[in-house]
Design a protein around this ligand. Structure first.
Ligand code: SAM
Length: 272
C-alpha cells in the first residue's frame, strides 16, 4: 500500500500518533530529502528499520513506477520535507501511477500550510483556489489574470519576494482588496496579518523572513445585464470619465468583455 503521510510544518507536536506509527512500521519510506526525514525521525524519537528512498521533483517521473511496484508488496510511506506530500511538493506523479497500477493508496491527514493559513486568515473559507508558488516572472500579468476570481486565493511565496509581490498584487487586485500574510505558522515567530493590499504592501516593505502564505480575498462579483452595464458606462462617461476607462472599470466589475461595453456604449451615444 502507498501511504501518504503529512508531517509537521514547524511544530513537532503536530506529528500525529498515526504518522509516528506509520513511520515506525514502514518497510520503505519515500522522502523528499532523506536527511530532513532522518532529522525528523530522530526528533520524534521514532526508530525504524525502513529503507529510505529519495524522491524529489527532478526524479519523480523516473522513479514513480519503481516506487509503486514496491508498494504492491509492502507498505511504502511517502513524506515530504514538511506538510502534505503532493501539495507544492513531490507526490502527485507517484499517487497517479499507483492509481493507474491499481495499487491501494491511503493518506494520513495532517498539517498543510495552505489549509491552516486559510483557516486563520479571516478571509472567506467557503470557496478557495490554491495557486501554489507565485511565478517568479510576469507577476503583474499573472495577478491580472486572477483579478476577477471570486474565490479566496492562496499562494505560497518566498520571504525575499514578498515585498515586490505585495506591490504587484496591490496594483493588480486594487489597493482595497483584503488579504492576509501568514508567516511561520506553528513556530515561535508566527504572525498573521490581515488588511488591505495597500496596508500589507506598506507593512511588509523591506526585508522579510520565514515561510509565508499569502491569501487574497476573491473579487466581489457584480451581476448585471449587458443593458445595465452599458448604462453604467454611459453614465460614467457623462460624468467625465473617458469611454475606454469607463468600459474597463465596468468590465472589471461585471466580467462583461470591455470591448463589448465599449462598442455598445458608443452605439448608444450615437443613437441618442
Ligand atoms: N507540502 C507543504 C504543505 O502541505 O504545506 C508545502 C510545501 S512548499 C515546498 C513550502 C511552502 O509552504 C513554503 O515556501 C511556504 O510558502 C509554505 N509553508 C510551509 N510551512 C509554512 C509555515 N510554517 N508557515 C507559513 N507557510 C509555510
Amino acid at each position: 500500500m502507498l501511504i501518504l503521510a503529512a508531517t509537521p510544518i514547524g511544530n513537532l507536536g503536530d506529528a500525529s500518533p498515526r504518522v509516528r506509527e506509520a513511520l515506525a512500521n514502514a518497510n520503505i519510506i519515500v522522502a523528499e530529502d532523506t536527511r530532513t526525514t532522518k532529522h525528523l525521525l530522530n526528533a520524534l524519537g521514532v526508530t525504524t528499520n525502513a529503507k529510505l528512498i529519495a524522491l524529489h521533483e527532478h526524479n519523480e517521473v523516473a522513479k514513480a513506477a519503481d516506487i509503486v511496484r514496491l508498494a504492491q508488496d509492502s507498505d511504502v510511506v511517502m513524506v515530504s520535507d514538511a506538510g502534505m506530500p503532493g501539495i507544492s511538493d513531490p507526490g502527485y506523479v507517484v499517487v497517479r501511477t499507483a492509481h493507474e497500477f491499481g495499487v491501494a493508496v491511503t493518506v494520513i491527514p495532517g498539517p498543510s500550510a495552505a489549509i491552516a493559513a486559510l483557516a486563520a486568515s479571516g478571509l472567506p473559507t467557503d470557496r478557495f483556489a490554491f495557486e501554489g508558488f507565485i511565478p517568479r516572472k510576469g507577476q503583474s500579468k499573472y495577478f491580472a489574470s486572477l483579478a476577477r476570481e471570486p474565490r479566496t486565493l492562496i499562494f505560497y511565496e518566498s520571504p525575499h519576494r514578498l515585498t515586490d509581490t505585495l506591490v504587484a498584487a496591490r496594483d493588480s487586485f486594487g489597493p482595497d482588496r483584503l488579504a492576509t500574510v501568514v508567516r511561520e505558522l506553528s513556530k515561535i515567530y508566527e504572525e498573521i496579518v490581515r488588511g488591505t493590499l495597500a496596508e500589507l504592501a506598506e507593512k511588509f516593505a523591506g526585508e522579510n523572513r520565514g515561510e509565508i502564505v499569502l491569501l487574497v480575498a476573491g473579487a466581489e462579483v457584480v451581476v448585471m445585464s449587458l443593458e445595465d452595464a452599458v448604462s453604467d458606462v454611459v453614465a460614467r462617461v457623462a460624468s467625465g470619465e473617458r469611454l475606454k476607462e469607463a468600459s474597463r472599470a465596468v468590465a472589471d466589475a461585471t466580467g462583461i468583455p470591455g470591448r463589448d461595453l465599449y462598442s455598445a456604449a458608443l452605439t448608444r451615444s450615437r443613437d441618442a
